[in-house]
Every structure is written in C-alpha cells, then in structure tokens.
Design a protein around this ligand. Structure first.
Ligand code: KG4
Ligand code: ZN
Length: 357
C-alpha cells in the first residue's frame, strides 16, 4: 500500500510517499526557518500563509521524487493535530481536497504518534535495523522518548496504535528550552543545532546547572527552571563587556555544554527509570532533539544494554514520511476517515479519536 503523507502542524510544509508503512520513497520538505528566524520563533500567521503557498509544489515534488503519480497512491494521511490551528487547517483541507478529487481514502493522524512511529521508517533498514521491505516484521513494544520543539514526553508504545503516556514536561519542551537558551546566549534560531555544536567543543564545562525533577518520582520533566538558571548565570558570571557587545565565545561554549549536560542527564535518567519499571529493553528517541549529538553519544554510553533506535536525522525533525507511516497503520487497522474531519489542535494520543469527525 502506497500512502501520501501530509504534515503542516508547525513550520515545515512536508509531503512524502511511503510504501508498506516503512519504506520511504520520497520525503519532500519546505522549511520556513528563514521566514521566522528574524522573530526568534515561529509566527503562526506567517506559518499558515507559507503552508498555503508551498503545498502544491511539495505535493508534486513528493510524487515526482517517488516516481509515482497520484493514481498510484492508495490513501492520503494528514496530521490533524496537535499543532498550530491555522497551520493544521491548511494541511487537512488540502488532504480532503485530494481525497475528494481523486477518490482516495483519507486518514487523520496524530503528530506525536508519527514521531513515535518514525523508528519504523527507512529507505532500506529502519532504526531498529530491520529490513523495511519485510512485511512480516513484528511489532515489539518500546519506550519512546519524544523530544521536540513542542513536546517532551515518555510514551509506552505497547502495540501498533496503542500508546500510554508515562510522563511529560510540566512547562517548556526540551527543544523550546534549547531555542530559548540559544537566544539568551545571542545565538541564532533554531538554537538546538547551534548549541549542540558549541557544546561539543567543551570536554567538561566550567559550570554545573541544576537537573530539574531528577530525583522526583515519576517520569515528568521540567525545563523552564534550567533556562532560568542559564539566564542567572549570564547575569552573574558573564565577563564584563561594553553594553550590547556579544558574550565571549569561550563563556558561551561553556554555558552551552553545561546546559546540554543537564538536559541529557534528566532525559536519560527518566528514560532509564521507565525502561526499568516496565521491564522493557527497547528505547526509541524521536523528534528534532533526537538529532542532538551529545544525547546520541550519551545514550550509548549510559544505557549499554538497551536496544536504542534513533531515526535518521531527516526523520527526526518534522517530516511527512512519519505521517504516511502511521497513516498506513490507521488505514490498515481502523479504515478511513470521512471528509467531515477537521484540524484538531488538541488532538489526543488515543488513536480511536483520529478519524472521528
Ligand atoms: O520535531 P521538530 O522538528 O519540531 C517539533 O515538532 O517541535 O523539533 C524541532 C526542535 C527545535 O527546537 C530545534 O532546536 C531542535 O528540535 N533541534 C535540536 C537539534 N536539532 C534540532 N536540539 C538539540 N540538538 C540538535 N542537534
Ligand atoms: Zn514534531
């Protein structure tokens, strides 16, 4: 089964074609990063207008890259939520138009479930190392550490389309904290990749930052206190300089390394607790922050006996291949949605609700 996936929940307009829920034939993405960079974050109204302008081009690019026509596609899957209302609306209405015009079944899907399922994507092998052409690949339960710009959570993926949220952030998402800390340090947007690069230049930071909720029971996270600790460190410890002058590179790199060490410590400690408590030996790390080199290195060192799956970077940040992948599962096991579905910014992770009008 060939699925055309559509993703427009935030600042990426993405269309992709995926076969059999895992084999990625194309993954077309138009990023709006440059449009939002001068504002230091995503401006919802600008984002939804840009989605409108990019949809047609991305739709045709995804089909051309996959070497298929719309007639070859078996179904259309679209992110219905969570996300920015105006942005979701563009993708959902476009998907409905395609489904109506070409007589294709439609599936509404959950953005975070797409991230959680992204471990099953690949061009040859998925992130577990399994052959993506193997239709008999079994589903094995895992814990997903979802780390993105909008979400930070630990989810137990019990069975296909069956999720239990174990814990989530009580305030900022970890990617959001990366972006805010980068802004405090005078770096560009998005800050995650820039901080990651700087942190890698420092073997051991001169600073030690708090590990929020590290010793508290449960699996919840909190990152806003860490961001405030960085702000305080900049106020108290930054070398004296002319008003408006940038912070010294050495200081910025040390703060970046301290922030990254604290964030990685908390993420991996809570993930380890969830794995131990559930008696599960598989961990998936998904979402934009899963690109982080510090996190990737630390997980192998600190959880040596855990089977860890981290998707290729192109499937970690927002993309439509993950939407087509999870859409395949929805169409195969739950059937199609009607054309009455709407964008749902607060969509729940419960798959029974995704196709309901
Ligand atoms: O999954 P994603 O593309 O969008 C959301 O669903 O939010 O994640 C984007 C986030 C941004 O906050 C970005 O700064 C962060 O992922 N990110 C990183 C890295 N690459 C992207 N954070 C830390 N290290 C990275 N290498
Ligand atoms: Zn995302």
């Amino acid at each position: 089964m060939l699925i055309l996936g559509i993703e427009s929940s935030c600042d990426e307009t993405a269309f992709a074609v995926v076969e059999g829920g895992g084999r990625v034939l194309s993954n077309a993405i138009a990023s709006q990063v440059e449009l939002h960079a001068r504002f230091g974050g995503v401006v919802p109204e600008i984002a939804s207008r840009a989605h409108l302008e990019c949809c047609v081009a991305m739709h045709h690019q995804a089909l051309a890259d996959a070497g298929v026509s719309i007639a070859d596609v078996d179904a259309v899957a679209v992110t219905r939520g969570p996300g920015l209302a105006g942005c979701l609306l563009v993708g959902v209405e476009y998907a409905k138009g395609l489904a109506l015009r070409h007589g294709k079944p439609l599936a509404g899907v959950h953005h975070i479930a797409g991230h959680i399922d992204s471990v099953h994507l690949g061009r040859e092998r998925d992130a577990w190392g399994d052959d993506v052409r193997d239709a008999q690949r079994p589903f094995r339960p895992y814990v997903a550490l979802v780390v993105s710009g909008g979400h930070s959570s630990l989810v137990h993926a019990k069975a296909p389309l069956e999720y239990a949220t174990l814990g989530e952030t009580l305030d900022d998402a970890v990617g959001e904290a990366y972006d805010k800390v980068a802004k405090l340090l005078g770096l560009g947007y998005p800050g995650g990749p820039l901080l990651d690069k700087l942190a890698a230049t420092v073997a051991k930071s001169a600073y030690d930052l708090p590990r929020p909720l590290l010793n508290r029971d449960g699996y919840d996270f909190s990152f806003s206190g860490l961001k405030t600790a960085v702000a305080r460190l900049v106020e108290t410890d930054a070398p004296k300089r002319e008003p408006g002058a940038p912070l010294p590179p050495d200081f910025v790199a040390n703060v970046a390394a301290a922030f990254q060490a604290a964030a990685v410590d908390v993420l991996l400690a809570k993930a380890r607790r969830a794995l131990d408590d559930l008696g599960i030996d598989r961990l998936a790390i998904v979402g934009g922050v899963a690109c982080n080199r510090g996190l990737r290195a630390a997980v192998r060192e600190r959880l040596p006996r855990v089977k860890v799956a981290i998707p290729e970077p192109e499937f970690c940040t927002d993309n439509a291949a993950m939407i087509a992948g999870i859409g395949h599962r929805v169409i195969a096991s739950r059937g199609a949605a009607g054309l009455g579905i709407n964008a749902e910014p607060g969509l729940a992770l419960d798959a029974a609700t995704w196709n309901a009008a």
